[in-house]
Design a protein around this ligand. Structure first.
Ligand code: NDP
Ligand code: 2IT
Length: 447
């Protein structure tokens, strides 16, 4: 049950955004945490502040026509939801996946607003993408799609306005094609308009690794509060994309053993630990499948088609693929198998029922908007380097990332304690993020 002041706000969100179930879910989770805030500081419930936070500043939907390799015209739908710019230019990734619709982008933009606030950096929240399916498309098709997408989107962007980056289905290759088209359309080499760029054309060291590394730093700090570490721990990671790969890399560096990872077609278990070099070769270079990885590894690796990776016993679980990929039943399985910590690398990968099960059980649970903030934080470091026409070393950039993740962790822990729920990082993240955005919005007036 939501607080009585918040219930009508949520009812309005349901009425105004029909069918956008992930957006409803994300809003409900934040409003659930805000009950404690409006009880303590009733002024936050005034001036329609919370209502304004739930309504994007601007939503852009556009046609993306392109020609495939057979000469056929294809039509996709493009989106950019500019959610909140109280703290800085809209900032957040672009997702290319066939499941994308307005509700997906709205949920991601809403989450992004609080995540970006938690980083303490001057970035507002936004998200975009398309229902384009990059799977099986040639490099030329990807380029033509990205160029067409940017031919409309460019007019809504700018280093002081809105700065996209990657997300599912969008990595350095796609950012390159979009940056090229932006440069061509505007006749400006405006490095700070996109992040996740390549190192030779304005990118930052550590941005590729940042989300996965950051999530592991967060969980490491959380474990340390219970005098534990990754050393010797069995870990499972879902997904096998950007976030998953660099989560695996950092866990291994810290002495943990990652025994399973997955993609949308199944999972692989390897008791001796996933071989990162082989995984990277297959996923990053060949753009292959987890089944190909299992085949390449031979007898030591078992591929389970369409199974649940959460059935594999582990000390730590890091869901790093997509929203609602870990449900209540999966949570109970993990708990039964003795999981000690769960860290969300993806955005909203655990269903509300799963989150409740983890919180009730007293294990450590790191919510995505805090744990996966390392990616966007390093994007903000990329913007800083672009603005000063500078380029930092790997070591210096990674040290900044580690410091930011530790400070996000400590902010969440401190806020949770202040609100009488120590160790509830969900409450801590939602409240700490909300207060930053809310304070800035109040200062800027009713706009
Ligand atoms: P990638 O495209 O690199 O990888 C996505 C992975 O998740 C793939 O293994 C993919 O499998 C799997 N996956 C995607 N959609 C589904 C689905 N509907 N069902 C099952 N599996 C799926 O994306 P990222 O690693 O960048 O993103 C992963 C998550 O992390 C997302 O939630 C994203 O929003 C979040 N995130 C990303 C950040 C970044 O910097 N990239 C920053 C913060 C959060 P398959 O190949 O079979 O589709
Ligand atoms: O969900 C996310 O935080 C991202 N996809 C990264 C956003 C960014 O602007 O780097």
């Amino acid at each position: 049950m939501l607080d009585e002041k918040l219930e009508p706000i949520y009812a309005d969100v349901l009425r105004r955004n029909p069918g956008e179930v992930e957006f409803h879910q994300a809003v409900h989770e934040v409003l659930d945490s805000l009950g404690a805030v409006v009880a303590k500081h009733p002024d936050y419930a005034e001036g329609a502040l919370i209502e304004r936070i739930c309504e994007p500043e601007r939503q852009i939907i556009f046609r993306v026509p392109w020609v495939d390799d057979r000469g056929q015209v294809q039509i996709n739908r493009g989106f950019r939801v500019q959610f909140n710019s109280a703290l800085g230019p809209f900032k957040g990734g672009l997702r290319f996946h066939p499941s994308v619709f307005l509700g997906t982008i709205k949920f991601l933009g809403f989450e992004q607003t609080f995540k970006n606030a938690l980083t303490g950096m001057p970035i507002g929240g936004g998200k975009g993408g398309s229902d384009f399916d990059p799977k099986g498309r040639s490099d030329n098709e990807i380029m033509r799609f990205c160029q067409s997408f940017m031919t409309e989107l460019y007019r809504h962007l700018g280093e002081y306005t809105d700065v996209p980056a990657g997300d599912i289905g969008v990595g350095q290759r796609e950012i390159g094609y979009m940056f090229g088209q932006y440069k061509r359309m505007t006749n400006r080499y405006e490095s700070g308009v996109l992040t996740g760029k390549g190192l030779t054309w304005g990118g930052s060291r550590v941005r590729t690794e940042a989300t996965g590394y950051g999530a592991v730093y967060f969980v490491e700090r959380m474990l340390a509060r219970r005098n534990q570490s990754f050393d010797g721990k069995r870990v499972i990671v879902s997904g096998a994309g950007n976030v998953a790969i660099y989560t695996i890399a950092k866990v291994q560096q810290l002495g943990g053993r990652v025994v399973a990872c997955s993609d949308s077609e199944g999972y692989v278990v390897e008791e001796n630990g996933i071989d990162l070099a082989v995984l990277r070769e297959i996923k990053e270079r060949k753009r292959g499948r987890i089944a190909d990885y299992a085949k390449a590894r031979g007898a030591g690796a078992t591929f389970v088609a369409n199974g649940r990776v959460w059935d594999v016993p582990a000390d730590v679980a890091m869901p790093s693929a997509t929203q609602n990929e870990l449900n209540g039943q999966d949570a109970r399985t993990l708990l039964k198998n003795g999981v000690k910590a769960v860290g969300e690398g993806a955005n909203m990968p655990c269903t509300p029922e799963a989150v409740r099960a983890f919180l009730d059980s007293g294990i450590l649970f790191a919510p995505g908007k805090a744990a996966n903030a390392g990616g966007v934080a390093t994007s903000a470091l990329e913007m800083q380097q672009n603005a000063s026409r500078d380029s930092w070393s790997f070591e210096a950039t990674e040290a900044r990332l580690a410091k930011i993740m530790h400070s996000i962790h400590d902010d969440c822990a401190r806020t949770a304690e202040e609100y009488g729920a120590p160790d509830n990082y969900v409450l801590g993240a939602n409240v700490a993020g909300f207060i930053r955005v809310a304070e800035a919005m109040r200062a800027l007036g009713v706009i």
